[in-house]
Design a protein around this ligand. Structure first.
Ligand code: 5AD
Ligand code: SF4
Length: 495
């Protein structure tokens, strides 16, 4: 009987993607992934250290493992990811329930570590690597909707932003073999996936050197940068929608923007974390750009792609932040008009440059008040951006049934906004095709109920993976609502 593993991911998309690599390594070792901790022989928590609150949540969850172990004496519990790396064997000391601690670069050693755990020991491997990219491992897709998938293109980060623990928990930056990335995307297409998100802590510094030619006079190694990689994936998989995250304002090139503008299947959405609108705070954050540089990058995006959505990350109350600095953040938000933002209170992290060199001197209530003002400003900005889409026609990739109503489906437009559409409707034409002009429906096979004798129009049900052309009819700050005009076949989508 195969062993059962349950993997729970916290924090960023990279952790979700890493969990899929872990599931693949464990599948080779005879484990099947299950959907609840209660049915598992092994529970792995893939953890996040980015803010203190994130670690607190995981610590609570680790405590809950005591109850599960009481019910199942054979259960083993492992901690993976950033907290494993940051706390190392201390986790075993602090939490007796934990059997296994494995850092982000050590997942290949899981089978061997599990053997040690099986013989009653507790096991740790938190070695960071300069080379590990898990490049050739084919991830096992967990909790997949069958439509969208993550593909990791690089690991680690060399930037050393003063507030950030990531360089300490995920190590040095390294890029994955471009061909293995393209192959993974092609494989996803063949499995029916319609969208990928290419992931890296700072995708703009992706750089892959193909190994020197095997020929005796070995030609110089060619370098693939992020723009080249995007071009390669978009060309190799014309029917696949491509997103990526995260960009860094200091490294984002016009070459990337040109490639995005050139390919219809690269989504017009950029997540460009600003962190602060004050050049002085940005300098202390060691971000490598100032306010004017950042606004220059925004102008470049708008120049290349006027319809591109932009989102950001903002930290309130970083060390030494004054009211004037905060005001400049609010003003920058107004100027850019972000579609969406992730907003946080500064949380000091051990070992970081800021923790060592700068005082966490903005009082908690001031951080809270500034964050509330930032959130309020973003609500207005999101509402304004979303309202501007009303009346437009967008291509929406359907991802699943709406959480609020079984009668509706949700999907995303190229700008990454959620669009809600009715699940059932009269049979849809193929947008832009002959059939649409003649009023005929697409061949939707078993999903289309045939027209009845009394000439009632046939109904169709939208399904995950459908690409639908939608007229946007209304908007809130969080989502758009629309009416489908027709399904979009891949050839039409790429036209
Ligand atoms: N405190 C608050 N927010 C942080 N982030 C990273 N480190 C911290 C911290 N110490 C935020 C940044 C980053 C996002 C992933 O998390 O905004 O872009
Ligand atoms: Fe952290 Fe800065 Fe690297 Fe992002 S770019 S992971 S914020 S150090």
């Amino acid at each position: 009987m195969s062993k059962k593993v349950y993997i729970e991911s916290y924090g960023c998309q990279m952790n979700v993607s890493d969990s899929e690599v872990v599931a693949s390594i464990l599948a080779q070792d005879g484990y099947t992934a299950v959907h609840s901790a209660e049915e598992a022989d092994l529970v792995l928590l893939n953890t996040c250290s980015i803010r203190e609150k994130a670690e607190y949540t995981v610590m609570q969850r680790i405590n809950e493992m005591n109850n599960l172990k009481a019910a199942n004496q054979d259960l083993k519990v492992g901690v993976l990811g950033c907290m494993a790396e940051r706390m190392k064997e201390n986790l075993l000391v602090e939490k007796k329930v934990v059997d296994l601690v494995v850092g982000p670069d050590a997942y290949r050693s899981l089978p061997q570590l599990l053997e040690e755990v099986g013989s009653g020991q507790r096991a740790v491997n938190v070695l960071l690597s300069r080379e590990e990219t898990y490049g050739e491992i084919v991830p096992v897709r967990l909790n997949s909707n069958g439509v969208t998938a993550f593909v990791t293109i690089m690991r680690g980060c060399d930037n050393m932003c003063a507030f950030c623990v990531v360089p300490f928990t995920r190590g040095r930056e390294r890029s994955r073999d471009a061909h293995s990335i393209v192959n993974e995307c092609k494989q996803l297409v063949s499995e029916g996936y319609k969208e990928v998100t290419l992931l890296g802590q700072n995708v703009d510094s992706y750089k892959w050197k193909s190994p020197p030619d095997a020929k005796p006079n070995g030609s110089a190694a060619a370098i693939t940068d992020f723009a080249d990689l995007l071009d390669m994936v978009a060309t190799a998989c014309p029917g696949l929608r491509i997103r990526y995250s995260t960009s860094h304002p200091k490294d984002m090139t016009d070459k990337v923007l040109e490639v995005m503008a050139r390919h219809d299947n690269i989504c017009k959405y950029i997540h460009l974390p600003v962190q602060s609108g004050s050049s002085e705070v940005l300098r202390r954050m060691n971000r490598g750009y100032d306010r004017d540089w950042y606004l220059g990058r925004i102008a470049a995006i708008r120049r290349h792609m006027p319809d591109c959505a932009i989102s950001t990350d903002i930290i309130s109350g970083f060390c030494g932040e004054t009211e004037e600095d905060h005001r400049q953040t609010l003003e920058l938000m107004e100027q850019v008009g972000y579609d969406m933002a992730y907003m946080f209170k500064y949380s000091e992290r051990p070992k970081t440059l800021a923790a060592r060199k700068q005082a966490d001197d903005v009082p908690e209530e001031v951080k809270g008040r500034r964050l509330a003002e930032i959130i309020e400003a973003q609500k207005l900005s999101s509402a304004k951006r979303m309202a501007s889409y009303v009346g437009q026609v967008h291509d929406v990739l359907i991802e699943g049934v709406s959480k609020r109503s079984d009668e509706h489906m949700y999907g995303r437009n190229t700008q990454n906004s959620v669009v809600i559409v009715p699940r059932y409707g009269s049979q849809l034409p193929v947008a832009g095709s002959q059939a649409a002009m003649q009023g005929e429906g697409p061949d939707e096979g078993s999903r289309t109920a045939p027209a009845t004798n009394n000439q009632q129009p046939a109904t169709t049900e939208l399904c995950p993976g459908d690409m639908v052309r939608v007229r946007i009819t209304s908007a809130t700050a969080g989502s758009l609502q629309g009416e489908p005009l027709g399904t979009v076949h891949e050839t039409v989508a790429q036209a």
